[in-house]
Design a protein around this ligand. Structure first.
Ligand code: CA
Length: 226
């Protein structure tokens, strides 16, 4: 999952960015509304965390512009704690959720998880399910038939993306777009290594390779490895 964080409060962004990365998100961070504007429209983000008071272009104007251009990426707006006017303006402009400052970082993580599940049509329940797999995002643990397997880093991010898009053939390019931020160098061999890691941990059938097309997490299929 790739996030755009638009926040001009450096201290807050410095606190949030490593936390979001630890939780398995690739993060692009911008402090200026003008920089965020084009980036949001050209890069395939899975969600945007948007502060309203920004230098350059303010958050509300950005959000209105994005929605008027047909951008449907879920947006979580950061507002002043007691400003109901900000919250209403944000929701009217097309925000999917809001969080009043100051907030506990865990609340942001939980709201983002719920937002991403809703946007993929999954139930906003605390566990993500696909086939016989259950992913506990908070603990970064996947359960299969009662067995718990801990996953971290790229394999965790990869499995979550597959579980949010089950049964669909996903190209390497799409996977790379959603797993890495704009600065990370891309290497398709690395993707293969992570897919093989998931196969070793969860059984060979967990992810199919479709030659020339990409990968697929088949629903209902992956049984225990022989
Ligand atoms: Ca601000």
């Amino acid at each position: 999952m790739r996030l755009l964080l638009v926040e001009d409060n450096i201290a807050l962004a410095d606190e949030l960015t490593p936390l979001l990365r630890q939780s398995g998100y690739a993060v692009d961070w911008r402090t200026d509304g003008r920089d965020a504007d084009l980036l949001a429209l050209t890069e395939p983000f899975d969600a945007i965390v948007l502060d309203l008071g920004l230098p350059g272009t303010d958050g509300l104007t950005l959000l209105q512009r994005w929605r008027s251009q047909g951008l449907s990426t879920p947006v979580l707006v950061l507002t002043a704690r007691d400003s109901w006017a900000d919250r209403i303006d944000g929701l009217r402009a097309g925000a999917d959720d809001y969080l009043g400052k100051p907030f506990h970082p865990d609340e942001l993580l939980l709201r983002l998880q719920a937002l991403l599940r809703r946007s993929h049509g999954a139930s906003p329940a605390p566990l993500l399910r696909a086939g016989n797999l259950e992913l506990d995002e908070a603990r970064q643990v996947v359960r299969r038939e009662g067995e718990e397997i801990a996953l971290t880093g790229a394999p965790f991010r990869l499995l979550r993306y597959f579980m949010l898009n089950p049964d669909r053939i996903i190209s390497r390019g799409e996977l790379e777009d959603h797993l890495y931020d704009g600065e990370r160098e891309r290497d398709s061999n690395v993707l293969e290594v992570h897919v093989n890691h998931l196969r070793r941990r969860l059984g060979k059938a967990i992810i199919e390779t479709r030659r020339g097309q990409g990968y697929r997490l088949p629903l209902g299929q992956p049984g225990p490895s022989p």
